[in-house]
Structures are given as structure tokens and as C-alpha cells.
Design a protein around this ligand. Structure first.
Ligand code: GLU
Length: 326
């Protein structure tokens, strides 16, 4: 992150000191402050997730220049769960165009839980792509002749964002697949309204596979930094998503990414973000940085307890709220 510094009327603005060291020390202090918090419960409705160690805790920030700052269990792998949704939404936008996607999935926050069954009464559209209903329809819109081809396209997409090979955890996938009663019911309902036009089991498989993609906190922060950098990976220089769709994805994350606490999050934290039930949260500061936090115990709304605290703290201390003048 570079700051312009005002020097004088004669010389105007010069490149100021970088505040990189500040970022690392603030991350370290925030980690220390919250590492002993024991509130929250590790998700268990997907049986394999219950095996997560509640002590895992990692924080990483990656700037759009590609500088990486991290503390804690930054290399611990986890399944990304719902933090996958903004990325597949972006891919569906590229595959289908904005209008076609909007016809199928709206962009309205509804203040409901992640797995709420709320569909527009007239159109049958799910309210937004960050909730499960919307994400299922989005999964059905990923191009590919076969399920394998669609999955490969999704994995290749994640690789463009993270800069390294990505794969999914077959055990977590099977565990969720066997217990996906609610998502399966929702898929069938969406098939009955015509929102999903394909085989529900295949759509469900693809959705559960995208949720079972494995990443570390560093990967997720890198992926967030790619969004922050207008869709281009800060280190590889590869484009992961067209810039016009980055705007769409971040808008939806800002209004809907934190489910029924999206409004309060926008108010208190002010960073477009997405959470997942494995305990990950990532946030995107356009033109500045991506931040990811991983800590499995969740609050009653399904967000990482430490993750929420860390974002509130970083927003304040690094002056990251998008409407805050610093
Ligand atoms: N795979 C999870 C589900 O569909 C994701 C939920 C989440 O991370 O919020 O239930």
C-alpha cells in the first residue's frame, strides 16, 4: 500500500513512507488480543467439519502489490465452503453475462440465514447468490459439457485467483453430500420453479465440490487480493475475472456476503466480505488489499467468532471502512 504525501506547494505530492511494517505489527497485536477467545462452536451439521481444531487461528493480508503479511496458522488447509460463492458467481457472470444471471438470481439482501428457503413468489428467483439457494442456481449456470468439465473449470478458476494448483477434499465432499438434506430439498424446489434447469443431483454435486475446495488462509487472502486488484493476481499477473464483473461480485458481497448480519457488517466493518461455515472470512479492499481470517468456532449466525472480531479491529486500526475518511 503506498501513500501520497503532501510536501509543499512547490513540490506537491511525493510518494510517502509505506506503512507495511504497521500492517504486520497490527496483525500480530490483533492475533494476540483474540487468540484466547473461546466463544463459538465448530460447525457439525457437515460431520467432517466437526473435526476441525477450535484453536486454529490465522490472519493474512495481501496488498495489491503482492506483499504478504500473516500471523498464526496461515498454512493450515481448510475447505472454503461458502467463501467459494463470490468466485463461482464471477465465473457464472463470465459464462452467461450479467442480464442472464440477473434473470435467474436477484441481488437483494433479505436478512435471512445462509440456508433459508426464500424465493421470489412470481419469478421463483433466489434473492441473492451468497445464500445457498442462489449459489445452487449459480452452480447450475457454470458452462461445461460434463460435470467433470465444469468441476475442472471451477478448479482452474480458483487456481487463477490463488496462483497455485487447487483441489477439493473428497472426504468433506462425501460427508456433506450424505447429509445435504436441506440443500437437496432446495435444489428440487428450484428445479420445480425452473430456476434450475439441469439434473439436481449433478448441480448439488458441483456446489458441494466447490465448497470442499481446500485453501489456506494465505491462499484465501491472495484470492481476495486478486479481487482487490481488479481481477488480476498481484504476483502472477494473470487475470482471474473481467474487471466489470469484479464490480458486480464486490457489490453483492457488500450487501449480502454476511447473510443476516450483512447490514451490521457493512455498518461496523465496511469491507465487502464473505464468510463460510468452516470458519473462514475474506474481505476485499479495492485497490488496496485482500484480508483473510480463519478460525473454526462460529457465532449463532454462522460466522467465525474470532474472524468477526479481527475484521472489526483491523477496520478500525488500519482505517479500512470504505466510507471512512482517513
Ligand atoms: N456447504 C455449506 C452448505 O451448503 C456452505 C455453507 C456456508 O459456508 O455458509 O451448507
Amino acid at each position: 500500500m503506498r501513500y501520497l504525501q503532501y510536501t509543499s506547494v512547490e513540490t506537491g505530492f511525493t510518494e510517502g513512507e509505506t506503512h507495511m511494517s504497521d500492517i504486520q505489527s497490527i496483525l500480530d497485536a490483533t492475533y494476540e488480543k483474540y487468540k484466547d477467545v473461546t466463544d463459538g462452536t465448530v460447525a457439525s451439521y457437515i460431520p467432517e467439519l466437526a473435526k476441525a481444531d477450535p484453536n486454529w487461528f490465522g490472519i493474512v493480508a495481501v496488498t495489491t502489490d503482492g506483499d504478504v503479511y500473516g500471523v498464526g496458522d496461515v498454512s493450515q488447509g481448510f475447505t472454503i465452503q461458502s467463501t467459494s460463492k463470490p468466485f463461482t458467481y464471477g465465473l457464472a457472470l463470465e459464462d452467461n453475462g450479467r442480464e442472464r444471471v440477473l434473470e435467474k438470481v436477484a441481488v437483494e439482501p433479505v436478512g435471512k440465514q445462509f440456508n433459508a428457503i426464500v424465493l421470489d413468489e412470481k419469478t421463483g428467483r433466489p434473492p441473492n447468490p451468497m445464500m445457498n439457494a442462489g449459489a445452487l442456481v449459480i452452480a447450475s449456470m457454470i458452462e461445461g459439457a460434463t460435470l467433470t468439465e465444469k468441476l475442472n473449470r471451477i478448479l482452474a478458476m480458483f487456481q487463477r485467483y490463488s496462483g497455485r494448483k487447487m483441489y477439493f477434499d473428497g472426504i468433506v465432499f462425501t460427508s456433506e453430500r450424505q447429509t445435504s438434506f436441506r440443500n437437496r430439498a432446495m435444489g428440487n424446489l428450484l428445479r420445480s420453479t425452473g430456476a434450475i434447469e439441469l439434473n439436481v443431483e449433478e448441480v448439488l454435486d458441483l456446489y458441494i465440490q466447490q465448497c470442499a475446495v481446500v485453501a489456506t488462509t494465505t491462499d484465501l487472502a491472495m484470492m481476495a487480493a486478486t479481487f482487490a486488484n481488479g481481477g488480476v493476481h498481484p504476483l502472477t499477473g494473470e487475470r482471474a475475472l473481467q474487471a466489470k464483473y469484479v464490480r458486480d461480485v464486490l457489490s453483492v458481497m457488500h450487501s449480502c456476503g454476511m447473510y443476516d448480519s450483512s447490514g451490521e457488517w457493512a455498518y461496523r466493518v465496511g469491507i465487502p466480505a464473505k464468510s463460510g461455515v468452516s470458519g473462514a472470512i475474506f474481505g476485499v479492499l479495492p485497490n488496496k488489499m485482500g484480508i483473510a481470517v480463519f478460525s473454526p468456532p462460529l457465532d449463532e449466525r454462522g460466522h467465525s467468532v474470532r474472524g468477526v472480531k479481527v475484521f472489526e479491529e483491523l477496520s478500525e486500526r488500519l482505517c479500512l471502512h470504505i466510507f471512512q475518511q482517513c
